[in-house]
Design a protein around this ligand. Structure first.
Ligand code: ADP
Ligand code: TMP
Length: 239
């Protein structure tokens, strides 16, 4: 019998008959300000899932280990169950968001080297910034684990920056999460969608990510559908 394990801000995680497999349901919901702002958007779940599936397929084809197994419907995937590291790995290529506000910078400056930041995933504590020594002290991950996960992040950035550029978008920043499988392997988990990255149109600088909801700039589902269409077109040309 399937059992609901967790309802998050964007997805539900369901247990399946296989203890190693979860069913993920992408919900028609968006949140901001750590869940304090919450709204329903018809079609958002399918668009976010569609983008994430394309990106995960692309990463798997280029050697990144992930939790992804297969799609089961327009809003549901099967994934390998992980013991998640309670960490968010943020990579920034361009100054935006909290990096701009924290350091008093204007958005839009391209960073000479990507900036790497780790956050401790805790809704209660508002996802505080965490460094390596605190991560070790809290026994969240080892030095080798962190090296491995940041290695994956760098490779993902190297693969996705050009992919989004071909689709007419600048990959400004993004957040990844990792988990450990029962065999000990560390894999990329969670999702990659405009819920957890910033994408700017290369011609117009128009926001094509969740900032359209955070800043009330445009319709969220239409924006995500636009990203999905662009990616589908570029990937179809590649194949
Ligand atoms: P949040 O918890 O931030 O509100 P979501 O609504 O996206 O986020 O919920 C999905 C939850 O499932 C996240 O907490 C994420 O860490 C977790 N998760 C993602 N992939 C897996 C996986 N393969 N195995 C176990 N948990 C996962
Ligand atoms: P930030 O500028 O708000 O720190 O966000 C940096 C990137 O990380 C951006 O692409 C959004 C993503 N992100 C999440 O996916 N979840 C979060 O909780 C936060 C704070 C950021």
């Amino acid at each position: 019998m399937e059992k609901l394990l967790y309802t998050g801000k964007a997805k539900q995680m369901w247990q399946t008959d296989d203890p190693e497999v979860l069913r993920v349901v992408y919900m028609d919901q968006a949140t901001a300000l750590n869940g304090k702002k919450k709204d329903r958007f018809a079609g958002k779940g399918a668009a976010a899932k569609g983008i994430s599936d394309l990106v995960f397929h692309y990463l798997i084809d280029h050697g990144i280990p992930t939790h992804f197994i297969k799609q089961v419907s327009s809003t549901e995937d099967l994934v390998k169950k992980c013991q998640m590291f309670p960490l968010e790995f943020v990579t920034r290529n361009v100054v935006a968001g909290h990096f701009a506000s924290r350091y008093g910078l204007d958005e839009g400056t391209v960073l000479t080297e990507p900036v790497e930041e780790t956050f401790y995933k805790s809704d209660q504590l508002d996802d505080p910034f965490i460094n390596e020594s605190a991560t070790l002290a809290l026994d969240i991950a080892s030095h080798a684990d962190l090296e491995e996960m940041w290695g994956h992040c760098r490779k993902v950035n190297g693969l996705l920056k050009p992919l989004f550029e071909k689709s007419g978008m600048q990959l400004v920043d993004f957040k990844l999460e990792f988990g450990r499988l029962s065999n000990g392997q560390i894999v990329l988990a969670d999702e990659f969608s405009p819920d957890n990255c910033r994408l700017w149109d290369l011609q117009t600088d128009q926001h094509l990510d969740k900032d359209v909801y955070r800043r009330q700039l445009a319709d969220l589902t239409q924006t995500y559908d636009e990203v999905l269409n662009r990616l589908q077109n570029v990937l179809a040309e590649e194949n």
